[in-house]
Write a protein that binds this ligand. Structure first.
Ligand SMILES: NC(=O)c1ccc[n+]([C@@H]2O[C@H](COP(=O)([O-])OP(=O)(O)OC[C@H]3O[C@@H](n4cnc5c(N)ncnc54)[C@H](O)[C@@H]3O)[C@@H](O)[C@H]2O)c1
Length: 225
């Protein structure tokens, strides 16, 4: 399927499901999973007309889980001990942040050399494709488990911090775009959007990622769906 066919087919489904949600629920919180994730989140957000704290996308937890798994394998440690955050779009413009990656509190940069770390970062970016090649689908256990974690954080009002795809309105100097950033999730949906003090290189990666997402948002807008 071409990118435009994918956008059109999936956006029609996402928009119709969003309209149905609104018919049946007065104050829903909508978590989008369909790909292309950032743009489908935008489609649901536009269709729903709800605040940004109520419509957001799942991708960052899955991408972070892949990153943690690859790191755990390389370092021969449990993925449970790896804390990490990935930002940006879902795909090859995602922004891993080694500066914010720790293994049981130890900065990962003290445990692995730069070349191995960047190979892991690259593998994470194409993690979806790797799975499709192996299994013929990118949707297996992890996306469901990741979405379930988000739902649980909301239902149980846990105030957990996860990277989620959100509509930015000035955070990180970005406006009217949808990229992954760390947010706090509780019973009201997103209760806080967290602004990390990114350095110039990290900020550039995030802005580049946002430009890539925006170009696909423009394609969606042009379809008039
Ligand atoms: N966000 C992520 O990190 C992530 C990860 C993996 C997959 N995905 C995406 O998740 C989506 C689903 O993947 P999958 O492998 O489960 O696909 P799938 O084809 O197995 O399942 C899609 C389901 O949607 C249903 N469906 C189709 N049209 C519908 C409609 N109009 N209303 C209600 N339901 C409808 C189908 O009956 C089917 O059960 C894809 O877009 C995939 O790319 C996202």
């Amino acid at each position: 399927m071409s990118r435009d066919d994918l956008i059109s087919t999936n956006a029609k489904i996402v928009n119709s499901v969003t309209r149905s949600i609104l018919e049946h629920s007065k104050s829903p919180i909508i978590i989008v999973v369909s790909n292309p994730l950032d743009v489908m989140t935008y489609a649901a957000f536009k269709t729903a007309g709800l605040p940004a704290t109520k419509v957001f996308g799942m991708a960052g937890i899955l991408d972070t889980a892949r990153y943690r798994a690859f790191l755990a394998e390389a370092l021969q440690v449990s993925p449970k001990d790896i804390q990490a955050v990935l930002m940006g779009g879902h795909g090859d413009t995602m922004v891993p942040l080694p500066r914010y990656t720790t293994v049981a509190g130890i900065p990962v940069t003290e445990l692995i050399d730069e070349a191995r770390l960047s190979a892991i970062v690259e593998r994470t970016k194409s993690g979806g494709g790797e799975l499709v090649n192996l299994m013929g689908t990118s949707a297996w256990y992890a996306p469901g488990a990741a979405a379930a974690q988000m739902v649980e954080a909301i239902v149980k009002d846990e105030n957990r911090i996860f990277p989620c795809c959100v509509n930015l309105s000035g955070q990180y100097g970005l406006h009217d775009t949808f990229v992954g950033i760390p947010v706090k999730l509780g019973k009201a949906g997103i209760t806080e959007m967290i602004e990390l003090k990114l350095n110039a290189d990290e900020m550039k990666l995030l802005h580049d990622s946002s430009v890539a997402v925006k170009s696909v948002m423009d394609v969606y807008d042009g379809m008039g769906l």
